[in-house]
Design a binder for this molecule. Structure first.
Ligand SMILES: Nc1ncnc2c1ncn2[C@@H]1O[C@H](COP(=O)(O)OP(=O)(O)OP(=O)(O)O)[C@@H](O)[C@H]1O
Length: 239
């Protein structure tokens, strides 16, 4: 069974008199440990899809199951708990809290989970080590470079050992060299820690480091690299 099963997902928005359909009957399987990239012109619905997988938005039709849990059916309260335990989100502008140190920023998601302070400390140290920032634990965001801030953002996304990590333009704010370092880091986390990653990007070179590449075009998902979209098999969730 794939880790993430996306079935017949449709999302529409109203813009004045117009109805736009950024996602039109989209289906996709993502396996445990896969690295998926998603490209597409501006406004085609990439963030919409990411936010549905992240369970911060709901579809008009269709379903998403993660590790057998249909997140599209969960109540708001259950979703909040599900997100805290199962989802990491990497932002374009990393969204660090400026008055907290790197260590404290990374600790934030763990405060939502039942966990001893000793276990928290262990997880934060492992995450800091994974992004090579152990020596910056006590630094505030303003004392770090853009690349280091993004590494803190990545550590925060993986610290709770989530089943899924989504990244919305994680290199969008960075210069080319720093961008390459962040992409190398994401690839390493994917390969060494088996982190399952769904990354939205405008950058074809960034997209190319993924195992499978997709584009959104007129509401439809088109695979541009890797094996085919599994539309016919695993129909159990189909509406
Ligand atoms: N809450 C909303 N209400 C109305 N329209 C929305 C809403 N969110 C997104 N849209 C519209 O849906 C379409 C897809 O938006 P989305 O942000 O998913 O695109 P995107 O591909 O991520 O774009 P970009 O690359 O510019 O970030 C756009 O036309 C956008 O204006």
């Amino acid at each position: 069974m794939p880790l993430i099963e996306i079935r017949s997902l449709t999302k529409t928005y109203r813009k004045g008199d117009e109805t736009i359909t950024p996602l039109d009957d989209v289906s996709l399987d993502i396996e445990q440990g896969e690295f998926i990239s998603l490209m597409g012109a501006s406004g085609t619905g990439k963030s919409t899809l990411l936010n549905l997988v992240a369970s911060i938005d709901r579809p008009d039709r269709g379903r998403i199951a993660v590790d057998g849990v249909e997140i599209t059916n969960l109540s708001r309260t259950k979703l909040a708990a599900w997100r805290a335990a199962n989802l990491g989100y990497i932002f374009q502008t990393h969204n660090l809290v400026p008055v907290l140190t790197a260590y404290e920023n990374i600790e934030l998601p763990l405060l939502l989970l039942p966990m001893s302070s000793g276990e928290r400390r262990k997880r934060i140290e492992i995450a800091l080590q994974a992004v090579d920032l152990l020596d910056r634990a006590d630094h505030f965001p303003r004392q770090m470079s853009g690349g280091q801030e993004q590494r803190v953002g990545i550590a925060r996304a993986i610290v709770a050992h989530p089943k899924v990590v989504v990244a919305d333009e994680p290199t969008g704010d960075l210069d080319p060299t720093t961008s390459d370092q962040i992409l190398d880091l994401l690839k390493r986390l994917n390969e060494q820690l088996n982190v399952t990653l769904l990354m939205v990007t405008h950058d074809a070179e960034a997209a190319a480091i993924a195992d499978k590449q997709f584009r959104l075009d007129n509401g439809k998902l088109v695979q541009t690299l890797g094996s085919t979209i599994p539309s016919a098999r695993s129909e159990s969730l189909k509406t």
